[in-house]
Design a protein around this ligand. Structure first.
Ligand code: GLU
Length: 499
């Protein structure tokens, strides 16, 4: 039996969960699920100055919202510092690390000289061969020291095969004896991260491309500690269309997972989109259910090329990558209605449009209305903005629609009340009868049905576009339609007095 796959997502809680981090978490999670393995959440909070409680909570909330569930954790790196220090101690005892008494000033001076001579600026190993007596003497004198890993100087290079980037080789002359514990006794990140991965039994390190530079150093630590070396898979970067790296600093909220939640994304739609940012199947399939994605996912399918996230901060139409929006629309339109219901409810609640009846006496109506509207919507927030006239009587007329469909046709002032009367008198307020009433009136009046249809649509919804008018009317119900048609007459008064 082969060993169980164990992976982890190890974010540093220095800011909100952003789409790059979420993508890394998703790849780890998918790989664990695919392989029947274990997925651990480990918060790397050892950078005390930059880690915050708020960021930790944000990461946890973000992952939960996306539906990325972990099997163990969250563990907190800060609780294991004693293990990191103990590992450094062991390396010292084994002779795989040494104490370095060089001061910052000395090191800087050497660096400047090397720059001037155009020779290597790497640490020259001045303390590597101190005798035990020399070390004891310096320690007795109270000199501070860092601990450095003793990079084997046997001419062999560090080689490993990254699943995404292929074979990577680092020659030993390009690797200095790097610091693993600072002079204040705090372990460095390369050490902590490695010791944690060893303890957690991580078999595959799947992380951002920025981890690639640390990997040769980490492999040397694994070797020195006699631990098996995991498989590494580094994710390519995510760039904006101008080829700049996506970052909180440069792009702001648009790269935050919580922003997508607020803007009306379904969590699975965002997962689906993020997975495709750097991974694909040979047939370029775009829409995946959870089961399909777990089945199809492989680390080998991750593209080495950097992926482009089409941020559109300044585009009034698409606030983000149009592909993300179209995937979200796909799910809104096609997912089972009962699964969509709680998301619409959540947004209506936030928008102050939710009524408890929608879940009880009016549930059938509510679901039918959501079903009718969703065919045209892209975001859950559309139910609050464009959907407002369906869930509330307090809605605004879109100025353009008002002008084009109502005010341009002053005769509507007379026609709306006639239509209202006729609709009031219908035996049944259903599609066929409503359509007949409207088309019949247009014919009698000798006007194009379109004029009446467009006018009525705007009178009852404030909008110029939407589902089929007769469907809209039946959905709104006789009482509301009649009232809105009669109210629409006042629109002319306002505009008369306005000119
Ligand atoms: N804490 C690191 C980060 O947030 C993760 C590095 C790793 O996954 O090994 O960038």
């Amino acid at each position: 039996m082969s060993e169980q796959v164990v992976v982890r997502f190890a974010p540093s809680p220095t800011g909100y969960l952003h789409i790059g981090g979420a993508r890394t978490a998703i790849y780890n999670w998918l790989f664990a699920r695919k392989m029947g393995g274990k997925f651990i959440l480990r918060i790397e909070d050892t950078d005390v100055e930059r880690s915050t409680e708020e960021a930790i909570q944000g990461i946890i909330d973000g992952l939960r919202w996306l539906g990325i569930n972990w099997d163990e954790g969250p563990y907190f790196q800060s609780q294991f510092i004693h293990e990191h220090v103990a590992a450094a101690q062991r390396l010292l005892e084994q002779g795989d690390a040494y104490k370095c008494f060089c001061t910052k000033e000395e090191l800087e001076k050497k660096r400047q000289e090397a720059l001037k001579r155009k020779t290597s600026v790497l640490y020259d190993g001045a303390c590597r061969n101190l005798t035990p007596e020399q070390v004891a003497q310096k320690e007795d004198a109270g000199l501070p020291y860092t601990i450095r890993l003793k990079v084997p100087r046997d001419g062999a290079s560090v080689r490993f095969t990254d699943v995404v980037y292929g074979t990577i080789e680092k020659k030993d002359q390009d690797l200095e004896d790097f610091v693993i514990v600072r002079s204040n006794g705090r372990p460095l990140y390369v050490l902590s991260n490695t010791v944690d991965d060893i303890r957690d039994g991580i078999t595959h390190v799947i992380r951002g491309q920025d981890g690639l530079a640390n990997t040769p150093k980490q492999i040397l630590i694994y070797k020195a500690l006699g631990a098996p070396i995991p498989t590494f898979a580094h994710m390519p970067l995510t760039l904006d269309p101008k080829r700049a790296k996506i970052s909180k600093r440069r792009h702001g909220e648009i790269v935050a997972v919580h922003f997508y939640k607020e803007k009306g994304f379904l969590p699975w739609a965002l997962v689906n989109f993020l997975v495709l940012l750097g991974w694909s199947t040979p047939d370029s399939k775009q829409i995946f259910s959870k089961e399909e994605l777990i089945e199809a996912f492989s680390l080998e399918g991750i593209n080495r090329a950097n992926s482009i996230f089409d941020v559109r901060k300044d585009d009034p139409k698409f606030f983000t990558d149009p592909k993300a929006i179209s995937i979200n629309a796909h799910y809104i339109r096609n997912m089972p209605l009962e699964e969509l219901e709680p998301y619409v409810r959540e947004h209506l609640q936030k928008g102050g449009l939710w009524k408890e009846e929608f879940a009880h006496t009016q549930r059938e109506w509510f679901l039918k209305t959501v079903d009718m509207l969703r065919a045209r919507y892209h975001l859950l927030t559309d139910f609050v903005t464009l959907g407002r006239p369906y869930f509330s009587d307090d809605f605004e007329m879109e100025p353009k629609a008002l002008k084009k469909n109502i005010l341009k046709h002053p005769k509507l002032k007379e026609w709306f009340p006639i239509l209202a009367d006729r609709l009031e008198q219908l035996d049944q307020f259903e599609l066929e009868g409503v359509e007949k009433a409207i088309r019949g009136l247009a014919e009698e009046l000798g006007v194009k049905a379109g004029v009446l249809i467009n006018g009525v649509r705007t009178a009852v919804t404030g909008q110029a576009v939407g589902p089929g008018l007769f469907e809209i009317l039946v959905c709104l119900g006789r009482e509301r339609v009649v009232r809105r048609l009669r109210d629409a007459v006042k629109l002319f008064e306002k505009s008369d007095s306005g000119v």
